[in-house]
Design a protein around this ligand. Structure first.
Ligand SMILES: *Cc1c(COP(=O)(O)O)cnc(C)c1O
Length: 224
């Protein structure tokens, strides 16, 4: 089943990127493994997936411990400052830098560990009260502040679209995030990754310029 799901997703990715003049090799598929047991993660690894995403520290750490060290782990959920210490050593990229306060905590911990943390700045693209992330108008100033933090490397932007039945409805949000991504020009900020698109809307996200998509249920089935 996993194998079939992956084949279908790859086909959908190929079709979506062909509409945009880019190659599927430029797209990073992050397989979102919240609630997925290590046995199934191992199967995905054998099928060639090497980027996995988790959104809760306490659920992720026990799984990460018993899986091969070569996996690239992505942190995609809201990160509490008191969990930063545990996240930094194991996650290669934090997609969800959503406040300056969190940035301060990451800077402090990364300095202690003598490392540089790779992050994406999360934008609350749908301006939803229930979602985390910087507001559109805050992004530029936040990025300038982040350039002062020498143990944080900003590598791009992340957005979560409002949940809607018809993914066409969220195309304008993705389009706006891409144009912001393209417009940012700051020394020390490398706009390399644009993380947007999930099971319901990844094709639209890819058409609008995403190069990282985060897919859970389309790959592993429903979580309920
Ligand atoms: C759960 C989750 C996903 C994957 O969602 P699906 O709809 O299952 O593909 C992507 N991004 C974030 C931030 C998530 O929490």
């Amino acid at each position: 089943m996993l194998k079939n799901n992956l084949a279908l997703i790859r086909e959908r990715i190929n079709k979506a990127v062909s509409r945009r003049n880019t190659a599927p090799e430029n797209i990073t598929l992050v397989a979102v493994t919240k609630t997925v047991p290590p046995r199934v993660i191992n199967e995905a690894l054998e099928l060639g997936i090497n980027n996995f995403g988790e959104n809760r520290v306490q659920d992720a750490l026990p799984k990460i411990e018993c899986l091969p060290a070569e996996i690239n782990w992505h942190f995609i959920g809201h990160l509490q400052t008191n969990k930063v210490r545990q996240v930094l050593p194991v996650f290669k990229l934090i997609h969800s830098l959503d406040s300056i306060k969190l940035a301060g905590a990451i800077q402090k911990e990364a300095e202690k560990k003598n490392m540089v943390a790779n992050v994406l700045l999360q934008v609350n693209i749908g301006e939803e009260k229930s979602k985390y992330g910087f507001r559109w108008e805050e992004v530029q100033d936040a990025l300038v502040e982040l350039t002062q933090l020498n143990h944080i490397k900003v590598l791009g932007l992340m957005g979560i679209a409002p949940f809607v039945e018809d993914p066409e409805e969220v195309r304008p949000y993705f389009r706006r995030l891409y144009s912001l991504f393209k417009a940012i020009n700051l020394p020390g900020v490398e706009m390399k990754y644009l993380s947007m698109g999930m099971s319901n809307d990844f094709e639209v996200a890819l058409e609008e310029g995403a190069n990282v998509i985060r897919v859970g249920t389309s790959l592993f089935g429903s979580r309920s």
